[in-house]
Ligand binder design. Structure first.
Ligand code: AP5
Length: 220
Protein backbone atom coordinates (compact mmCIF):
# COMPACT_ATOMS: atom_id res chain seq x y z
CA UNK A 1 0.00 0.00 0.00
CA UNK A 2 1.32 3.48 -0.90
CA UNK A 3 0.06 5.94 1.65
CA UNK A 4 0.41 9.66 2.31
CA UNK A 5 -0.31 11.22 5.71
CA UNK A 6 -1.24 14.88 5.45
CA UNK A 7 -1.91 17.18 8.36
CA UNK A 8 -0.54 20.21 10.19
CA UNK A 9 2.53 20.16 12.42
CA UNK A 10 1.55 18.29 15.59
CA UNK A 11 -1.40 16.44 14.04
CA UNK A 12 0.29 13.16 14.96
CA UNK A 13 1.60 12.14 11.52
CA UNK A 14 4.86 10.74 12.90
CA UNK A 15 3.14 9.00 15.83
CA UNK A 16 0.53 7.36 13.60
CA UNK A 17 2.95 6.57 10.76
CA UNK A 18 5.10 4.58 13.18
CA UNK A 19 2.00 2.70 14.38
CA UNK A 20 0.97 1.87 10.81
CA UNK A 21 4.53 0.72 10.14
CA UNK A 22 4.40 -1.64 13.13
CA UNK A 23 0.87 -2.94 12.52
CA UNK A 24 1.01 -3.35 8.74
CA UNK A 25 4.75 -3.64 8.04
CA UNK A 26 4.61 -0.64 5.71
CA UNK A 27 7.87 1.35 5.98
CA UNK A 28 7.67 5.01 6.98
CA UNK A 29 9.43 7.79 5.12
CA UNK A 30 9.51 11.02 7.14
CA UNK A 31 11.14 13.95 5.37
CA UNK A 32 11.43 15.78 8.72
CA UNK A 33 13.37 12.84 10.24
CA UNK A 34 15.61 12.56 7.17
CA UNK A 35 16.41 16.27 7.36
CA UNK A 36 17.07 16.16 11.12
CA UNK A 37 19.53 13.28 10.55
CA UNK A 38 21.31 15.34 7.91
CA UNK A 39 21.46 18.30 10.31
CA UNK A 40 22.82 16.10 13.14
CA UNK A 41 25.47 14.63 10.82
CA UNK A 42 26.40 18.16 9.67
CA UNK A 43 26.21 17.26 5.97
CA UNK A 44 26.00 20.02 3.37
CA UNK A 45 22.31 19.23 2.83
CA UNK A 46 21.82 19.40 6.60
CA UNK A 47 23.48 22.83 6.91
CA UNK A 48 21.39 24.10 4.00
CA UNK A 49 18.12 22.65 5.37
CA UNK A 50 18.79 23.96 8.91
CA UNK A 51 18.61 27.56 7.70
CA UNK A 52 14.95 26.96 6.75
CA UNK A 53 13.94 24.54 9.50
CA UNK A 54 15.10 26.68 12.42
CA UNK A 55 12.77 29.50 11.38
CA UNK A 56 9.83 27.22 10.57
CA UNK A 57 10.06 27.70 6.80
CA UNK A 58 9.83 24.93 4.22
CA UNK A 59 13.01 23.57 2.66
CA UNK A 60 12.89 24.37 -1.09
CA UNK A 61 10.99 21.90 -3.26
CA UNK A 62 13.92 20.79 -5.47
CA UNK A 63 15.96 19.59 -2.47
CA UNK A 64 13.07 17.71 -0.86
CA UNK A 65 11.84 16.15 -4.10
CA UNK A 66 15.34 14.84 -4.78
CA UNK A 67 15.54 13.30 -1.28
CA UNK A 68 12.22 11.50 -1.74
CA UNK A 69 13.00 10.43 -5.31
CA UNK A 70 16.22 8.75 -4.09
CA UNK A 71 14.48 7.11 -1.13
CA UNK A 72 11.75 5.63 -3.30
CA UNK A 73 14.37 3.91 -5.45
CA UNK A 74 15.52 1.83 -2.46
CA UNK A 75 14.24 -1.76 -2.68
CA UNK A 76 12.57 -1.72 0.77
CA UNK A 77 9.96 0.72 -0.54
CA UNK A 78 9.13 -1.25 -3.71
CA UNK A 79 6.05 -2.90 -2.15
CA UNK A 80 4.73 0.19 -0.42
CA UNK A 81 5.47 3.00 2.02
CA UNK A 82 3.86 5.61 4.22
CA UNK A 83 4.96 9.17 3.56
CA UNK A 84 4.84 11.50 6.56
CA UNK A 85 5.53 15.21 6.01
CA UNK A 86 5.65 14.93 2.22
CA UNK A 87 4.19 16.26 -0.03
CA UNK A 88 3.69 19.68 1.50
CA UNK A 89 3.31 21.80 -1.62
CA UNK A 90 1.47 21.30 -4.89
CA UNK A 91 4.81 21.09 -6.74
CA UNK A 92 5.88 18.25 -4.41
CA UNK A 93 2.58 16.38 -4.91
CA UNK A 94 2.87 16.65 -8.70
CA UNK A 95 6.52 15.59 -8.64
CA UNK A 96 5.66 12.57 -6.49
CA UNK A 97 3.04 11.46 -9.01
CA UNK A 98 5.54 11.80 -11.86
CA UNK A 99 8.17 9.74 -10.01
CA UNK A 100 5.66 6.97 -9.29
CA UNK A 101 4.10 7.08 -12.75
CA UNK A 102 7.54 6.51 -14.28
CA UNK A 103 7.64 3.23 -12.33
CA UNK A 104 4.07 2.30 -13.21
CA UNK A 105 2.69 2.90 -9.70
CA UNK A 106 0.67 5.54 -7.87
CA UNK A 107 -0.39 6.67 -4.41
CA UNK A 108 -3.29 4.51 -3.19
CA UNK A 109 -4.66 6.56 -0.34
CA UNK A 110 -4.16 9.94 1.31
CA UNK A 111 -5.22 10.44 4.92
CA UNK A 112 -5.71 14.05 6.02
CA UNK A 113 -5.38 14.30 9.82
CA UNK A 114 -7.34 17.15 11.36
CA UNK A 115 -6.83 18.84 14.73
CA UNK A 116 -7.71 22.33 16.08
CA UNK A 117 -4.88 24.89 16.18
CA UNK A 118 -4.73 25.36 19.98
CA UNK A 119 -4.46 21.60 20.46
CA UNK A 120 -1.61 21.54 17.92
CA UNK A 121 0.33 24.18 19.84
CA UNK A 122 -0.11 22.22 23.10
CA UNK A 123 1.04 19.00 21.43
CA UNK A 124 4.14 20.57 19.89
CA UNK A 125 5.17 22.62 22.93
CA UNK A 126 5.02 19.48 25.13
CA UNK A 127 6.72 17.12 22.69
CA UNK A 128 9.99 15.51 23.75
CA UNK A 129 12.12 13.28 21.55
CA UNK A 130 14.74 10.69 22.40
CA UNK A 131 18.07 12.02 21.13
CA UNK A 132 19.29 8.45 20.62
CA UNK A 133 16.43 6.51 18.95
CA UNK A 134 13.97 9.26 17.95
CA UNK A 135 11.02 7.86 19.96
CA UNK A 136 8.42 10.59 20.51
CA UNK A 137 6.82 11.45 23.87
CA UNK A 138 4.64 14.20 25.28
CA UNK A 139 5.01 15.68 28.76
CA UNK A 140 1.25 15.40 29.37
CA UNK A 141 -0.36 13.22 26.68
CA UNK A 142 2.29 10.49 26.37
CA UNK A 143 4.76 10.87 29.24
CA UNK A 144 7.81 8.62 29.61
CA UNK A 145 7.87 6.18 32.56
CA UNK A 146 11.02 7.86 33.93
CA UNK A 147 11.16 11.63 33.62
CA UNK A 148 13.53 12.80 30.89
CA UNK A 149 14.41 9.25 29.74
CA UNK A 150 13.23 7.21 26.76
CA UNK A 151 11.10 4.13 27.58
CA UNK A 152 12.59 2.24 24.67
CA UNK A 153 16.35 2.83 24.94
CA UNK A 154 16.91 4.97 28.06
CA UNK A 155 18.26 7.85 25.93
CA UNK A 156 17.92 11.49 26.99
CA UNK A 157 14.72 13.27 25.96
CA UNK A 158 15.17 16.64 24.28
CA UNK A 159 12.96 19.34 22.78
CA UNK A 160 13.12 19.93 19.03
CA UNK A 161 14.61 23.33 18.10
CA UNK A 162 11.52 24.17 16.06
CA UNK A 163 9.13 23.35 18.92
CA UNK A 164 9.58 26.78 20.51
CA UNK A 165 6.30 28.68 20.52
CA UNK A 166 7.24 31.41 18.01
CA UNK A 167 8.56 28.84 15.53
CA UNK A 168 5.46 26.65 16.07
CA UNK A 169 3.21 29.59 15.10
CA UNK A 170 5.29 30.22 12.00
CA UNK A 171 5.12 26.52 10.98
CA UNK A 172 1.35 26.52 11.40
CA UNK A 173 1.08 29.69 9.29
CA UNK A 174 3.22 28.15 6.53
CA UNK A 175 1.07 25.02 6.67
CA UNK A 176 -2.08 27.14 6.34
CA UNK A 177 -0.67 28.75 3.19
CA UNK A 178 0.66 25.63 1.47
CA UNK A 179 -1.72 22.80 2.42
CA UNK A 180 -4.98 23.79 0.71
CA UNK A 181 -3.78 23.24 -2.90
CA UNK A 182 -2.33 19.84 -1.92
CA UNK A 183 -5.59 18.76 -0.25
CA UNK A 184 -7.58 20.01 -3.26
CA UNK A 185 -5.26 18.18 -5.68
CA UNK A 186 -5.74 14.85 -3.90
CA UNK A 187 -9.44 15.52 -3.41
CA UNK A 188 -9.85 15.79 -7.19
CA UNK A 189 -8.19 12.39 -7.57
CA UNK A 190 -10.81 10.87 -5.25
CA UNK A 191 -8.27 9.18 -2.99
CA UNK A 192 -8.43 11.53 -0.02
CA UNK A 193 -9.93 10.48 3.34
CA UNK A 194 -10.45 12.99 6.14
CA UNK A 195 -9.63 11.59 9.57
CA UNK A 196 -10.26 13.39 12.85
CA UNK A 197 -7.01 13.25 14.82
CA UNK A 198 -8.33 14.67 18.09
CA UNK A 199 -8.68 12.50 21.18
CA UNK A 200 -6.40 9.75 22.49
CA UNK A 201 -3.54 8.45 20.35
CA UNK A 202 -5.15 4.97 20.46
CA UNK A 203 -8.53 6.32 19.27
CA UNK A 204 -6.89 8.03 16.30
CA UNK A 205 -5.06 4.79 15.53
CA UNK A 206 -8.39 2.92 15.53
CA UNK A 207 -9.92 5.45 13.12
CA UNK A 208 -6.96 5.06 10.77
CA UNK A 209 -7.18 1.29 11.09
CA UNK A 210 -10.81 1.35 10.00
CA UNK A 211 -9.99 3.43 6.92
CA UNK A 212 -7.08 1.16 5.94
CA UNK A 213 -9.13 -2.00 6.45
CA UNK A 214 -12.03 -0.70 4.41
CA UNK A 215 -9.59 0.30 1.64
CA UNK A 216 -8.09 -3.23 1.75
CA UNK A 217 -11.59 -4.71 1.34
CA UNK A 218 -11.92 -2.67 -1.85
CA UNK A 219 -14.38 -0.10 -0.44
CA UNK A 220 -13.45 3.21 -2.04
P1 AP5 B 1 8.43 17.63 10.19
O1 AP5 B 1 9.30 16.89 11.09
O2 AP5 B 1 7.70 16.92 9.11
O3 AP5 B 1 7.44 18.45 11.11
P2 AP5 B 1 5.88 18.77 10.99
O4 AP5 B 1 5.11 18.50 9.79
O5 AP5 B 1 5.90 20.17 11.43
O6 AP5 B 1 5.26 17.71 11.86
P3 AP5 B 1 5.65 17.32 13.27
O7 AP5 B 1 6.74 16.29 13.25
O8 AP5 B 1 5.93 18.55 14.08
O9 AP5 B 1 4.27 16.75 13.82
P4 AP5 B 1 3.56 15.36 13.62
O10 AP5 B 1 2.29 15.58 12.89
O11 AP5 B 1 4.49 14.31 13.08
O12 AP5 B 1 3.21 15.05 15.13
P5 AP5 B 1 3.82 13.98 16.17
O13 AP5 B 1 3.34 12.62 15.84
O14 AP5 B 1 5.27 14.18 16.38
O15 AP5 B 1 9.19 18.82 9.49
C1 AP5 B 1 10.08 19.67 10.21
C2 AP5 B 1 10.65 20.72 9.26
O16 AP5 B 1 11.40 20.07 8.21
C3 AP5 B 1 9.62 21.58 8.52
O17 AP5 B 1 9.22 22.70 9.29
C4 AP5 B 1 10.42 21.98 7.27
O18 AP5 B 1 11.33 22.99 7.55
C5 AP5 B 1 11.19 20.71 6.96
N1 AP5 B 1 10.46 19.80 6.05
C6 AP5 B 1 10.03 18.54 6.34
N2 AP5 B 1 9.37 18.01 5.29
C7 AP5 B 1 9.38 18.98 4.33
C8 AP5 B 1 8.82 19.03 3.02
N3 AP5 B 1 8.13 18.00 2.49
N4 AP5 B 1 9.00 20.17 2.31
C9 AP5 B 1 9.69 21.21 2.81
N5 AP5 B 1 10.23 21.23 4.05
C10 AP5 B 1 10.07 20.11 4.80
O19 AP5 B 1 3.02 14.46 17.49
C11 AP5 B 1 3.29 15.72 18.09
C12 AP5 B 1 3.20 15.58 19.62
O20 AP5 B 1 1.84 15.31 19.97
C13 AP5 B 1 4.02 14.43 20.21
O21 AP5 B 1 4.53 14.82 21.45
C14 AP5 B 1 2.99 13.28 20.37
O22 AP5 B 1 3.33 12.42 21.45
C15 AP5 B 1 1.72 14.07 20.66
N6 AP5 B 1 0.51 13.42 20.12
C16 AP5 B 1 0.38 12.75 18.94
N7 AP5 B 1 -0.89 12.33 18.77
C17 AP5 B 1 -1.59 12.78 19.88
C18 AP5 B 1 -2.94 12.67 20.31
N8 AP5 B 1 -3.87 12.02 19.57
N9 AP5 B 1 -3.28 13.25 21.49
C19 AP5 B 1 -2.36 13.90 22.24
N10 AP5 B 1 -1.07 14.02 21.89
C20 AP5 B 1 -0.67 13.47 20.71
Amino acid sequence: MRLVLLGPPGAGKGTQARMVQEAYGIPQISTGDILREEVAEKTSLGSYAATFMERGALVPDEAIIEIVRRRLKQPEYAQGFILDGFPRTLAQAEALDRVLEAEGSAIDLILNLQVDEEELVARLAGRRICERCGEVFHLRFHPPRVEGRCDRCGGRLIQREDDREEVIRRRLKVYGEEAAPVVAYYGRKGKLKEVSATGEIESVKERIDRVLKSWSRGER
